[in-house]
Design a protein. Sequence first.
Length: 59
Amino acid sequence: MRVDYVQPLLGKYESLIKLLRDNIEAASSTSARKKMEKELTLRQNQQLELRKYDEQLRH
């Protein structure tokens, strides 16, 4: 489960977070920036939770 699901999903979150950070810097409007910042925070929290779960699965 860890190799087939958790680790690939962590990679996808990493890519999405990087993309969101780049888009936030390039955002033209404040409302779009705020929306992306909210999405970024959500994805970072999900990534953190998944990393903790990955640690539990490793042991």
